[in-house]
Design a binder for this molecule. Structure first.
Ligand SMILES: Cc1cc2nc3c(=O)[nH]c(=O)nc-3n(C[C@H](O)[C@H](O)[C@H](O)COP(=O)(O)O)c2cc1C
Length: 184
């Protein structure tokens, strides 16, 4: 079974989360390919998809949203999981547009969504980004929990292997019950 892991990332931190997910899926016996969303022209030959994005100013990056929009019908025919990565303390509650994520999950009939903490390295940011984040009280550092990423990827693999066909999802169920982040 061939799985596409496709991740929108500006400074690499979310891409690296995608690489860990890909590694776990491959270790579970799945055939995995990783590609940036803008490089996904077709889903031919792909049986399942993990689509992720860094969160900027409360939104997924345009390349990930564009992929979801232009491949909606194809994605709905396959099992899909979504993940986000950012620094917000309560991504499912207020900071990261939960309604947008719920709508995306419904649009794609995705099986689940998980938020992971990201990385803030001011030395990588543009002047504009530094200005945008100046008042946000975000703590510098790598807050990614690769153990949590690995655990989630294992759940995805187990679910996919047990249920390779798309299943009707319960609207919003796992988004609303995802674990909260610890403060960063
Ligand atoms: C200008 C700017 C705005 C950001 N806005 C958010 C946000 O709204 N919510 C959030 O959770 N994280 C936010 N972040 C944190 C990023 O999502 C985090 O640094 C992420 O790990 C970056 O991933 P990347 O390296 O893959 O681009 C912001 C970071 C910057 C620099």
């Amino acid at each position: 079974m061939r799985v596409l892991v496709t991740v929108a990332s500006r400074h690499g931190a979310t891409w690296e989360i995608g690489e860990v997910i890909a590694e776990v899926l491959a270790d579970c016996g799945l055939d995995v390919e990783t590609r940036a969303p803008e490089d996904v022209a077709t889903l031919d030959g792909i049986d399942a998809v993990v689509l992720g994005s860094a969160v900027y100013l409360a939104h997924w990056m345009p390349s990930a949203r564009d992929l979801a929009d232009r491949q909606t019908q194809e994605l709905r025919k396959r099992p899909v999981w979504l993940f986000s990565s950012g620094l917000a303390v309560q991504p499912a509650a207020s900071a990261n547009s939960p309604h947008e994520l719920l709508a995306l999950r419904d649009q794609l009939q995705a099986r689940g969504h998980r938020s992971f903490r990201g990385r803030l390295d001011r030395s990588l940011l543009t002047f504009t980004e530094r200005a945008a984040i100046a008042g946000a009280r975000a703590r510098e550092g790598d807050h990614r929990d690769m153990g949590a990423v690995r655990a989630w990827a294992t759940e995805v693999a187990d679910d996919l292997i047990a249920h390779p066909e798309p299943m009707p999802s319960v609207e919003g169920a796992s988004l609303l019950h995802e674990p909260r982040h610890a403060a960063v």
